[in-house]
Design a protein around this ligand. Structure first.
Ligand code: URA
Length: 258
C-alpha cells in the first residue's frame, strides 16, 4: 500500500470521523468482552490518545495574519494560486481532493464569486461544474456571456477554494482566514464588475446576509461595483426566482457593455 504522510493520514482519519466513523475495524473480529478491562474501557483520567478536531496549527499562529502576508506578496494570479496551495492553516483543506482556484478568462470584465466547491468541483478542480454550474452556464449564455466566450468572458472563483466536509456552511473564522486571498484575487483579476453569488459571498465581502433583499442593488467590493445575485443552487430549488435573476443578469450586461 502506498504510504501517506502524517498530515494526509490525519486528514483521512478526520474525514472519516466527520462522516461518523468512531471505530477501527480490523481484518479479524475482536471480542471486546475478552479484552482486559483497561483496554476495553479506558479510564477517564487516562484517556486514549485521540485526534483533536481543532485546527492543525500552533497557538501562536494567526491564520488571518499569515494569509494576509501571503496574499499581499502575490503579484500575479499564478503567484496567488501558489500562495493558496501553500497555505496550510485551513483544516478543511485536508479533506479536499483538489483546490478550486478559478475558471473562465482572467481579466474578464465580470468576476463571479460563488461560495465553495461541491462534490463535482472538488473532483474536477473547477468552480461551478455540478448541477448548479450547469444552470450558471445557461444563465450567462442567455445574456451572451460565458466562461469560454472570448468575446464576452466571465471569470469565476469562490470565497473558499476547498470543499467543506459534507458541504456544511463555512464558519466565520474560515471565511476570515481566506478573505485576504479573495480580496487579492479581485485586485489581480481586475474586473469591471463583481457578482456576489448567494448569501455566503455577501456575508464574506459585505459582512451581511439577506440575498432576497440585497439582490439586484449595486454595491461596492474592493473598489469595484458589485451586484448581489441569487445563487444558481437556490434557483434550482426556487425556479420562480429566475425572473429576478434574469433582471439582474440584464442589469449586469448593461453595466459591463457601457
Ligand atoms: N456552488 C458554488 O458556490 N461554487 C461552486 O464552485 C459550486 C457550487
Amino acid at each position: 500500500m502506498e504510504s501517506v504522510d502524517f498530515h494526509t493520514a490525519r486528514a483521512l482519519l478526520e474525514w472519516q470521523m466527520e462522516l461518523g466513523a468512531d471505530e477501527c475495524i480490523s481484518d479479524t473480529p475482536v471480542d471486546c468482552y475478552s479484552l482486559p478491562a483497561t483496554l476495553a474501557k479506558p479510564k477517564a483520567e487516562n484517556p486514549k490518545p485521540h485526534l483533536t478536531r481543532g485546527p492543525i496549527r500552533t497557538a501562536t499562529q494567526d491564520p488571518v495574519g499569515v494569509a494576509q502576508k501571503a496574499a499581499d506578496a502575490a503579484d500575479s494570479l499564478d503567484a496567488l494560486k501558489a500562495a493558496m496551495q501553500a497555505f496550510d492553516l485551513c483544516d478543511f483543506k485536508r479533506g479536499a481532493r483538489n483546490m478550486v482556484f478559478s475558471d473562465g478568462i482572467a481579466g474578464a470584465p465580470v468576476m463571479v464569486i460563488g461560495e465553495a466547491p461541491g462534490r463535482e468541483e472538488d473532483r474536477i478542480g473547477k468552480p461551478f461544474v455540478g448541477a448548479a454550474g450547469q444552470l450558471f452556464d445557461r444563465m450567462f449564455a442567455a445574456v451572451d456571456m460565458g466562461r469560454e466566450r472570448a468575446d464576452a468572458p466571465v471569470y469565476i472563483t469562490n470565497i473558499l477554494p476547498w470543499r467543506l466536509p459534507q458541504n456544511r456552511d463555512p464558519k466565520p473564522d474560515e471565511i476570515a482566514m481566506m478573505k485576504p486571498f479573495l480580496l487579492r484575487h479581485i485586485t489581480l483579476a481586475n474586473p469591471k464588475a463583481v457578482v456576489l453569488m448567494g448569501n455566503w459571498s455577501c456575508q464574506a465581502l459585505l459582512g451581511k446576509r439577506g440575498i432576497s433583499r440585497m439582490r439586484g442593488t449595486w454595491t461596492e467590493v474592493a473598489g469595484k461595483p458589485a451586484l448581489p445575485m441569487f445563487h444558481p443552487a437556490y434557483l434550482l430549488r426556487n425556479p420562480v426566482a429566475k425572473r429576478e435573476a434574469w433582471a439582474d443578469l440584464l442589469k449586469l450586461k448593461t453595466s459591463v457593455s457601457k
